[in-house]
Design a protein around this ligand. Sequence first.
Ligand code: ADP
Ligand code: ZN
Length: 618
Amino acid sequence: MTLMVVQTAEVREALERWFGFHTFRPSQEAIVRDVLDGRDVFALLPTGGGKSLCYQLPAVLTPGLTVVISPLIALMKDQVDALDTAGVPATALNSSLAWPELRRRLDGLERGDYKLLYVAPERLTLPGFSDDLERWNVARFVVDEAHCISEWGHDFRPEYRRIAPLRERFPTVPFCAFTATATARVRDDVVAQLGLRRPAVHVASFDRANLGYRVVHAPRTADALVKWIAARPDDEAGIVYAGSRANSDKLADVLNAAGIPALAYHAGLDSATRARRQEAFIRDDVRVMCATIAFGMGIDKSNVRFVVHWDVPRSLEGYYQETGRAGRDGLPAECAWFFAYGDIARVERFVEEKPEGERAAAREQLERVKRYAYSNECRRRELLAYFGETYPHEHCGNCDNCVQPRASFDATLDAQKLLSCVYRVREAHGYGVGIAHVIDVLVGAKTEKIDRWFHDRLSTYGIGKDRDRRTWRHLADELLRLGLLEQDAARHNVVSLTDAGKRALAQRTPITVREAVAQAPARRGRTVAAAAGGDEAYDRELFAVLRALRREIAAERDVPPYVVFSDAVLRAMAREVPRTPAQLRSISGVGEKKLADFGTRFLEAIAVLRQAQDDTVH
Ligand code: ADP
Ligand code: ZN
């Protein structure tokens, strides 16, 4: 291999010219350096960290073809569209191509027309493909989503095992592996499976400063979700993750009924419907996807502004992957988990029903998820700790626990009332009742059940009249969290005292609980988010016009809108209101080719709107 010495200035210049970016994201420059030096590389960057640039930039800077192995056709298509739009010659080979188109691309590869080639791993073992590669002057192999090679990862793909033999066939060509998911075990496995040679290992911080995390502890109703989404600007798209097909259908119905355009997505739909719905989301034709975790991998849409979890995430790692799909463009985005205690009990039961061999691991996963939900600490800190990273600040200022820390207070007396009411009702009743009935008894309600079961004769009937149902509900949640009460999901969530609860009741142990969170609408404008560059004021009317233009151009070219310009670029335009090509070019994300192709149309749109706005003022 002959190595080219590429100067730093040259790298920066190419970053500007092809991608229109003024600066690198953390770790990008060092990775680009190592790739350019011809080293094997293993790089771990969070979703949205900007992995593609790390090999696309070297690809335009050096002779030869960069071969990218990628697991999904949809992903390849997006990447090729994005490169095309930026003026970088790239193509993909996959089984979905009709012969004439395939021939055209193969001819281009023979001529050396392309800087990048995307292929699925299956292609690597097709007869003759290695010979083709020999002729195409491969500069490096890039393995995207490299964790797919490991059985220890969450997304093992046996086809990835076909990559390793390439190493023998191309002993002098460097291999670069990229992933957003890797525990230490997966990391070592990837390096071993790919046979990486003394790789330069880059592990970027997993912190996504522009993402806000919150656990919504308010009663989880569909109405609460509608309100939460409705409080956000209606040009913001998002994903609602549900734990079941039924829930994703139901939530989509509820949102549509409330006037929020939504589609369901799950494995129960045929593949054509799924593809159509995914496309509608990617193209900004529908605002919300209500989906099971079947949705997400292969979604490069950079302007996902919120991710909601409706059911209990399966693991903290999964949660982080799913929330990671928000805010890839670096603008502020929200991740909210609508939490319900009853769900935890249900998942616990589900875990206990697993085969012996899987139980311990599943229990541990659930424990981590629970601890996260119940925690009072900075959520970012906890998430990063899960990945073995220490967040360097005590508070991030961009999670519910940092923004609205909740005070603790002594609730011994009320807790005693509630615990003894549970105890009395159970004693009187023989078998259990749900928490709603216990609260009815506490507040002295007159219900059919209370009548029928004579629960108005209990000594605890009406002893909690002085507080409203909400307060009791919150206290019950806290006692569940503290392990003094438990719910039995196998029996309609009936509540009972745990041994600790019985002891606390008998010994009058002091009980401290946290305040309920006031139900706040989605927050806007925060400290850390400002650092992510998204909080400055911009002209919303202009933004809407630019968005419409972007959509029009995207439709003409048959590409997703974010491939034309990201939301971050449009917001910067709506903030800085460029008048000249030079001003437009100075916006991050406006490269040479995009300026040439779309500059005039965007400048015109800006001028026209500004004129109209001036006319209204005068
Ligand atoms: P990943 O594959 O790591 O999830 P991508 O490569 O898709 O991330 O990049 C995420 C987004 O960040 C894209 O919209 C990309 O254009 C943008 N991006 C990448 N590098 C930079 C940079 N240096 N400056 C600004 N934006 C960047
Ligand atoms: Zn925090």
